[in-house]
Ligand binder design. Structure first.
Ligand code: ATP
Ligand code: SF4
Ligand code: MG
Length: 350
């Protein structure tokens, strides 16, 4: 692990570059691999979707990147943000970075808000944490501005209310206001719409996209629903069993998925036009931690699996800016789901 500063001009360099990030947990005499290799890059102003089923390592990978892993986690690899290596950085330095330059909206907005503090006090606290000399009046002014920014009606009344007086969508807006309070350059939103109904989901996604434009943010959207990222991400990284198995520009991914798992995820998105059709789901279940199948971890669920898939882990095959970790990424047969891009985008946009 290194805390070395990368002394080079960062112009043209990604804002965030994660290389071979691994996270494991010690269990008796072995390490259980939960994240087995995340490689992603994110440029200023870009939106990257990170998609995968429950337990695939989406949250863990991003939490570990920000130094928020559990104490029993073993982290290796490299996470470079604006030229600084973050893996191995002291906790104190990571605390200073989080909430200031990088912010995260955690997966469960209900439990992330303190029920006995007013919404205004919680946002003020986020401000004071990174602006020691800020006066209370200045902080209040900024809180009102932030509540307005995330479209909370009557901010001067709402500022003194408690989280239970807000709806689920409004609480998520408060979390977003807290996350952008100190003008971060990167915002990581972990399942920002999962607990919300479809209409509110669409409003929150639109708001995140608007904020990205207004504030010049780079955004990482973590979700288990590929449909959510369709209309909102520039690029998508698909994670399976702790590994990025495919990454491409969003339209390319939907039009020409090169990994059978991605095809399964696209097929699982409800179609707008076929209300009576049975919804497809990928057969089987993701592997348990510590019980990874040999070879390609997806092989027990894959309709294209051959002998080699059961024996050898697939290499990452690069097809221009499109990468897929499948033995047959270049030769997969054509697929009936091609052309669902527009429909998925429409759904993503609500
Ligand atoms: N502190 C921990 N100790 C042991 N295992 C853990 C710990 N934290 C996470 N894991 C395991 O790591 C794996 C990845 O978890 P993670 O929370 O990243 O999944 P996820 O992709 O975010 O799923 P979801 O969509 O349900 O949020 C899971 O198998 C989880 O049980
Ligand atoms: S390597 Fe084999 S099992 Fe894995 S996704 Fe490709 S075809 Fe399926
Ligand atoms: Mg998660």
């Amino acid at each position: 692990m290194s805390t070395t500063e990368i002394n080079q001009d960062t112009a043209g360099q990604p804002l965030l570059r994660i290389r071979d990030l691994k996270v494991g947990f010690s269990s008796r005499d072995r390490v259980l691999p939960a994240v087995r290799g995340i490689d992603i890059e994110l440029f200023k102003g870009e939106v990257l979707g990170i998609v995968g089923e429950s337990g695939s390592g989406k949250s863990l990978g991003m939490l570990a990147s920000l130094g928020l892993q559990a104490r029993n986690a073993i982290v290796s690899g490299s996470v470079v943000f604006k030229g600084k290596e973050l893996v191995g950085r002291p906790r104190r330095e990571m605390r200073a970075l989080r909430g200031a330059e990088i912010s995260m909206i955690f997966q469960d907005p209900l439990s992330s808000l303190n029920p006995v503090m007013t919404v205004g006090d919680q946002i003020r606290e986020a401000l004071f944490l990174h602006n020691r000399g800020m006066s209370k009046a200045k902080a209040t002014e900024r809180v009102l501005e932030l509540l307005q920014l995330v479209a909370i009606p009557q901010p001067d009344r709402r500022i003194n209310q408690y989280p239970h007086e807000f709806s689920g969508g409004m609480r998520q807006r408060v979390m977003i206001a807290m996350a952008v309070a100190n003008n971060p350059e990167l915002l990581v939103a972990d399942e920002p719409t999962t607990a919300l109904d479809v209409t509110v989901q669409a409003q929150i996604m639109r708001m995140l996209r608007d904020l990205k434009e207004k504030l010049g943010l780079a955004l990482i959207l973590i979700t288990h629903d590929l449909g959510v990222v369709a209309g909102h991400a520039d690029r998508v990284a698909v994670i399976y069993a702790g590994l990025v198995v495919e990454e491409a520009e969003v339209r390319e991914l939907f039009a020409n998925p090169r990994h059978p798992y991605t095809r399964g995820l696209i097929d699982s998105i409800p179609k707008l036009t076929a209300s009576n059709e049975k919804l497809y789901s990928i057969p089987g279940a993701p592997p348990m931690l510590g019980a990874l199948p040999e070879g390609c971890a997806f092989h027990p669920r894959c309709g294209f699996a051959q002998d080699i898939c059961r024996k050898a882990a697939p290499p990452v095959i690069e097809l221009g800016r499109h990468r897929a970790a499948c033995h047959f990424a270049e030769s997969l047969p054509s697929w009936a789901g091609a052309g669902r891009t527009a429909e998925a985008e429409e759904r993503g946009n609500g």
